[in-house]
Design a protein around this ligand. Structure first.
Ligand code: HEC
Length: 272
């Protein structure tokens, strides 16, 4: 299909159709109704790698963060987070980690191919959590999903970068900022505003390398606590935008909407 045709097709899809589609997704995603909505049966053709959870052994958060810091300078944030966990598990466990193509995830850099959307460190952490723990269609506990939520919330509130490597490339202090958003653009943008450093400065690069390392550290803490059966949500609890606001969203509504945060049309209750 050529480009021309593709773009005409998406223009043909009206706003109403888009909204309808979003509504279906929204009701499927209501955690409380998970058991009723999703079939328990496995897909007819289950791939080799679709046996969950993947074998996991506890990792050292500091070692993992140091690895992520180093890998950032090779494959950037998302790739670095995935690599920091999976290269260790390749050694300690073997398959399926050995077959997993870590470097393909370099595209997560800059919030996905430099589009400034979800910070690649967050995306990488969500990928790792869901590969190890499996998708939430498996069971109501949905640990991969919960750890993803936990990572995003932690990232929004963290004074970033949290982790300082043993031998950082930048010897001086790196300013810390709180993004209040999981987005690359907002997170890097707030840091650039405070530091007055351009995107290609060694300081900005080291800030993002340390941010990837910080996320790896937190991810492994969470995976370890799951392994020990001690997983607990942070005190702020579990942000559930659908039931709270009727739309998929980040919690920082006012940052984009200013004072006039719109109210979503009320969801129809899914049938029990
Ligand atoms: C990253 C920026 C951003 C954040 C954060 C954000 N929104 Fe939005 N939101 C938008 C944009 C852009 C639109 C599209 C507005 C339009 O087309 O009128 C939108 C649309 C909406 C709509 C549907 C449009 C309408 O007028 O009914 C609702 C409801 C909404 N947002 C609520 C929220 C709530 C509640 C939050 C916080 C939990 C939130 N938003 C956070 C940017 C954002």
């Amino acid at each position: 299909m050529n480009q021309q045709k593709l773009s005409t097709q998406s223009e043909g899809l009206s706003r109403r159709q888009w909204l309808k589609g979003a509504g279906v997704l929204a009701s499927c995603a209501t955690m409380a109704n998970l058991g009723n909505v999703l079939p328990h049966a496995h897909a007819a053709t289950t791939g080799n790698m679709e046996q969950w959870p993947w074998p996991y052994v506890k990792l050292d958060p500091t070692t993992t963060a140091e690895l992520a810091y180093r890998e950032w300078y090779r494959i950037y944030c998302g790739g670095a987070v995935i690599s920091s966990v999976f290269t260790q598990l390749r050694e300690k466990v073997g398959e399926p980690y050995t077959s997993f193509p870590i470097d393909a995830f370099m595209f997560l850099e800059g919030g996905c191919a430099s589009w400034g959307t979800l910070c690649g460190s967050n995306a990488g952490a969500c990928i790792v959590a869901n590969l190890i723990l499996g998708p939430r269609l498996l069971d109501e506990e949905a640990m991969g999903h919960r750890i993803s939520t936990e990572i995003l919330e932690w990232y929004c509130n963290a004074s970033m970068p949290v982790f300082k490597p043993k031998q950082p490339r930048i010897k001086g202090e790196i300013p810390k900022t709180i993004a209040e958003s999981p987005l690359c653009h907002v997170s890097v943008g707030k840091w650039m505003a405070i530091s007055e450093k351009p995107i290609n400065s060694p300081e900005r690069k080291d800030r993002c390398a340390r941010t990837a390392a910080s996320v790896s550290y937190r991810l492994v803490e969470l995976l370890n606590s799951w392994k020990e059966d001690e997983f607990e949500f942070m005190e702020e609890g579990n942000f559930s935008p659908l039931s709270d606001h009727g739309i998929n969203a980040q919690p920082n509504c006012a940052e984009c909407h200013g004072g006039g945060v719109p109210e979503a049309p009320e969801m129809r209750k899914p049938k029990a």
